[in-house]
Design a protein around this ligand. Structure first.
Ligand code: ATR
Length: 486
């Protein structure tokens, strides 16, 4: 499996010093020579610390090089002369010229399309009529139906014994970058840390190695993932992949940025995935894509988890149990009275959970009508947030998004309305301590933060997919550590 870090720098000197500081785990370095202003090919290649792919991407293929075709020919020949290990060249150049002069080097014939995924079968057919060592096709994947085609391309290339690099660009293409090598892609590209991706959707080296653990992915790896929109900042990939590592399981968890479920599930089936975490905005819509529904998920009317059982997709809701577990560790719930703030999906799972545990619930929501609808549907009492001081209760739950990052200075209720001696459970987990919790503490309330529910619902998901329960303490430390860094 080859991981190639794509380096971009303004000067030859900077490029070399960045190459110097790369970790040894890197297999190859792509030099994006088109971005270097004072390009000195002999100096670059004589001082290289890794095998190098020399790339001089012209404007018309999404690069920055503005010189003529002759200049590109000359630069590539010079790169061969000074020991480039690979040349990445576009189809408008004379590939035969490089083949004749390549000595030990290998020629990558590359094609880019930043707008759409073309007919990949035909594209490869056209390309292989020109001899090259490796064929690279990188194109924008607008939908997961396109992404499936990239995996099919890899499969065809394997059968035809051609070296191919197949990459879907854009957010949806992440899985082609992570899973590609295990499915025959000649290499995958990684960006350096920070904001230096050379292509849209490119993961960093750290993500590939330490979050997705790409070196361990093979044909036996159990694939699971997260669907939602957005998913970019989710902690779930780190959490589940670390859990797998901890338990010694061959499992990879990937985030999928999903707008439409139908094409995504085609990919899900194609990849033989075993499970999903489902987040906003798909928790309800996903019900149409499962074959069976767990009774609890059915009662909530939403699934946050899919697990494949005997070839069937089953929908579950671990938010309910994930909500209850940390709570029942803190207090005995039988005969309790609770107030739930909010009327969205989170509130719904909380109300169902509380009712299961024998707790009488009053629902208060900023928009009364919405609160009333949910309360009526679930058989809870309903009121207006202003009525809170007049209510008698043991437990107050924030199931609204008030106080969630970045609105960290918001609280769903004024501090004066907090009743001393009650337990305040905030389901917001970022930040781990919300304004509501700080104020509750100052009023003499007991507090419980949303990180607890987050890690419990995740641990329950993991157990549904693998039959094994990761240690919640480890997950909690990981989440708190990550949130502390942000
Ligand atoms: P989710 O499915 O995650 O619960 P949602 O459906 O968007 O998300 O629901 C968010 C809940 O937080 C709603 O109950 C919302 O109140 P409205 O129904 O009045 O919109 C509530 N909410 C969001 N911001 C709030 C704030 N600043 N103060 C009080 N309630 C808030």
């Amino acid at each position: 499996m080859r991981i190639c870090v794509s380096l971009r720098a303004d000067t030859t000197h900077e490029l070399l010093s960045r190459m110097e500081s790369l970790p040894r785990e890197v297999d190859l370095v792509e030099i994006r020579a088109d971005l270097v202003r004072d390009l000195n090919i002999p100096s670059l290649l004589k001082n290289k610390k890794f095998p190098v792919i020399f790339t001089l991407r012209p404007l018309h293929e999404g690069g920055h090089f503005e010189g003529s075709v002759e200049k590109r020919h000359r630069a590539h020949l010079e790169a061969l002369e000074y020991g480039a290990d690979y040349l990445d060249v576009e189809g408008d150049l004379d590939l035969g010229l490089f083949q004749r002069n390549k000595r030990q080097a290998r020629i990558i014939y590359s094609y880019h399309n930043f707008e759409k995924t073309p007919d990949l079968r035909r594209q490869l057919q056209i390309m292989v009529s020109t001899p090259a060592d490796i064929y690279k096709i990188a194109a924008f994947g607008a939908s997961y139906a396109d992404v499936v085609e990239f995996f099919e391309l890899l499969e065809r290339a394997r059968q035809a014994k051609k070296n191919v690099i197949a990459i879907a660009m854009g957010a949806k293409g992440l899985c082609t970058r992570v899973l590609g090598p295990a499915r025959g892609s000649f290499l995958t590209y990684a960006a350096e840390e920070g904001d230096r991706a050379t292509a849209p959707g490119q993961p960093t080296l750290r993500e590939l190695l330490h979050v997705y653990r790409i070196r361990y992915i093979d044909s036996a790896t159990t694939l699971v993932g997260l669907i939602g929109n957005p998913v970019g900042h989710s902690l779930s990939p780190l959490l589940h992949n670390r859990a797998a590592q901890h338990l010694g399981l061959n499992l990879c968890y990937l985030p999928f940025s999903v707008e439409e479920l139908e094409p995504f599930f085609r990919l899900f089936d194609y990849l033989g995935m075993k499970g999903l975490s489902v987040t906003l905005p798909h928790k309800q819509a996903v019900l149409a894509y499962v074959d069976e529904l767990d009774p609890l998920a059915s009662r909530v009317g939403a699934a946050n988890t899919v697990a494949v059982r005997d070839g069937k997709r089953v929908g579950y809701n671990t938010d309910v149990e994930g909500f209850l577990r940390p709570l029942s560790e803190r207090m005995s719930l039988e005969g309790c009275r609770a107030v739930v703030l909010g009327a969205g999906g989170v509130a719904r799972a909380a109300v169902v959970a509380l009712q299961q545990a024998g707790v009488a619930v009053t629902l208060l929501n900023r928009t009364f009508r919405r609160g009333r609808e949910l309360a009526q549907a679930l058989g809870a009492d309903v009121g207006d947030p202003e009525q809170l001081p007049g209510l008698s209760y043991d437990l107050l739950i924030n199931a609204t998004s008030a106080g969630m990052h970045p609105q960290v200075n918001e609280s769903p209720i004024p501090v004066r309305d907090l009743c001393p001696g009650t337990l305040v459970y905030d389901l917001v987990y970022n930040p781990p301590e919300t304004l509501l919790l700080r104020e509750a503490r100052s009023r003499g309330c007991a507090v419980l933060g949303g990180v607890e529910m987050f890690v419990h619902q995740a641990a329950l998901q993991f157990e549904l997919w693998t039959g094994q329960r990761p240690p919640v303490e480890m997950l909690r430390d990981l989440v708190l550590d990550e949130l502390g860094k942000a």
